[in-house]
Design a protein around this ligand. Sequence first.
Ligand SMILES: *Cc1c(COP(=O)(O)O)cnc(C)c1O
Length: 397
Amino acid sequence: MHTRGFGDLSSQLEALRDIDMYRSRRQVASRQGRELTIDGRLLLNFCSNDYLGLAGDPRLAEAFKSGVDRWGTGAGASHLICGHTEAHNALEESLAAFTGRERALLYSSGYAANVGVINALLTVGDQVFEDRLNHASLLDGGWISRADFHWYRHNDTHDLADRLTTVDGVRQRVLVVSDGTFSMDGDQCELEGLVELCAAQSSWLMVDDAHGMGVHGKDGTGTVDPARFTSADVPILIGTLGKAFGTAGAFVAGDEVLIETLIQRSRNYIYTTAIPAAVACATSRSLEIVKNEQWRRDHLKSLIRRFRNGASHLPFELMPSESPIQPLVVGDPASTLAVSRHLEAVGCLCTAIRPPTVPEGTSRLRITFTAAHTESDVDRLLEALRGAVAYTVSVSK
Ligand SMILES: *Cc1c(COP(=O)(O)O)cnc(C)c1O
């Protein structure tokens, strides 16, 4: 058989196994919630992004079902052909109002939105500046656009300022891109500094608040408070719907002219089937719950406080995160896997995150909390972590 240049795939897979970097999927046998059934065992779930505990909420399921009854299952075509229903439009209008922007535009995923937006706005000769720890989809968008790509040090507005002086935001398009809440560290971007810098340098700022929306801010509006930061400050705001909102998809919020440009130019918007209208129905219901049930955010905050208090007595390094993402950096992939396996053996599911998702030497447990957890769940996790200390060879502190 001719294997052409692909003959080395299996040896590459073996090499990944050898360095504890092989990834595999687990089959989940229950709906999303504080506990998951995996391999016949019930495990406390400390790794989902379902921050408000809505992914399994019966009210969303009800809205989803009536959406299916009303609209059927598939959207049938892209938004520009005949897939854009009144249900999609109504959700876009609610999301625009929620974020205090003129318009919002639905994408089928956050990944698609990030790549689609950057690629629609930038081309050869333009400049894109990205935080070192930005989500993969933001990096991919920058690379695919063929603009000149610049990194800046994580959350370091001085470093960004130095780098921005090398470009001319009046004669070129300059886009600064940041996660709102960083997905693997849980810290928030230096929004004020970014806004000031971008204004001074005539750059546009794009904030991807995938992990902040629903979780932070008044009514869950996220990292970018619409009462403080207008579309002049943050012209491009991204929210995703598969995390705190408990459904699927994503959106871009901004001025009319941005949204119309994306409708004309964004390939990831134009050349893809619209998400099912029923998903839009469920998300509209979810948005009401996100705004109205402040207790979910309050409860989440108290769980995070309880965890950080307890974990400060353990020999792991806690990161400066006030979000439901509470990473414990272990260091090397093998020890991180060992800790993760120990936790699972005692009933806590918390997957190991390894390079290239995080930088070399910072393999970690990415612990996440949701409003569905109880205080005793947090205590159980702390107890499990206490038992896992022996498996770590490279913990700092
Ligand atoms: C999860 C995530 C995305 C991708 O969103 P999906 O809807 O899951 O494709 C984008 N940006 C960030 C920061 C994320 O964490």
